[in-house]
Write a protein that binds this ligand. Structure first.
Ligand SMILES: [Zn+2]
Length: 268
């Protein structure tokens, strides 16, 4: 576990089954019977260190903005009784592959990657949420994926169909229902973030490296355009970031409620 990973675990959320499993030296899945309650969320702040991400005309860097939002989101979710793992908690570069191992090692129930958008047209603004797919839903989604995938050293640009390892992962995602749940979280986040405004730009699909090997429902949220003056002003303000965090908390808790219901687990 890298030094930059911070954990905030709430004691008791695992219940008695976990205690038995721990005493026997078993992991929960080995017991077979205990359903997987929604209790662990991986919050991934995009970029970091030399990888600065997008930048606003006023000099607000994506890496700093999304770290502030991620930490605030982690605090709020922990206060709501959810166990949270941050893939980075300071201004450090964490390779995309390492972010997915952190998530899988922690056996997260949801992976939320937080980013801010950029485009050449300064009039474009709003919220976009993505989930993993081999094919981008449109040219713009494909450009967003190319930009966010830049931190992935070995393979520049989006993954190509025919990549066997990737196909296996996609097959796994489909068979385990992660695609459907990823889509569900993306829709909840999009609806909450864009509520009461006309800033919703929709849920899109694109081949994001950071999402592809994550063994849990996963979504990448672009919380606004740093290249748009209004969006940048909103994201620069404490109140604006608070609204974004509030929306993500609501989406996460509602997703968790549905997640447990589907698995026959009642509310806590
Ligand atoms: Zn980004």
């Amino acid at each position: 576990m890298p030094k930059s990973v911070s954990r905030s675990r709430i004691a008791g959320v695992f219940g008695p089954a976990f205690g038995v499993a721990a005493a026997l030296g078993l992991t929960l899945p080995a017991l077979g019977a205990a359903p997987d309650r929604f209790d662990t969320v991986i919050v991934d702040a995009g970029h970091g260190g030399d990888d600065e991400g997008a930048v606003s005309p006023g000099g607000l860097y994506e890496k700093d903005l999304v770290l502030a939002v991620a930490k605030q989101l982690a605090r709020r979710l922990a206060a709501a009784g959810v166990s949270v793992v941050l893939t980075r908690s300071d201004d450090t570069f964490i390779p995309l592959e390492q972010r997915t191992s952190i998530a899988n090692d922690a056996r997260g129930d949801l992976f939320v990657s937080i980013h801010a958008n950029a485009t050449r047209d300064p009039d474009v603004r709003g919220i976009e949420t993505f989930f993993m797919a081999l094919d981008a839903s449109d040219d713009h989604a494909s450009r967003v994926a190319r930009r966010e995938n830049r931190a992935f050293g070995e393979r520049k640009g989006p993954a190509q169909p025919g990549d066997d390892a990737l196909m296996a992962i996609i097959g796994d995602l489909i068979s385990t229902g992660h695609m459907e749940e990823s889509n569900e979280f993306a829709r909840l986040a999009q609806a909450e973030l864009a509520a009461g405004s006309e800033l919703g730009r929709g849920v899109k699909q694109a081949p994001f490296v950071v999402l592809e090997a994550v063994q849990m429902p996963a979504s990448l949220v672009e919380i606004g355009f740093l290249t748009n003056r209004s969006d940048a002003t909103e994201m620069s303000s404490e109140a604006g970031r608070q609204r974004i965090v509030d929306a993500l908390v609501r989406a996460t808790l509602e997703f968790g409620r549905r997640y447990d219901l589907r698995r026959g687990i009642g509310t806590r």
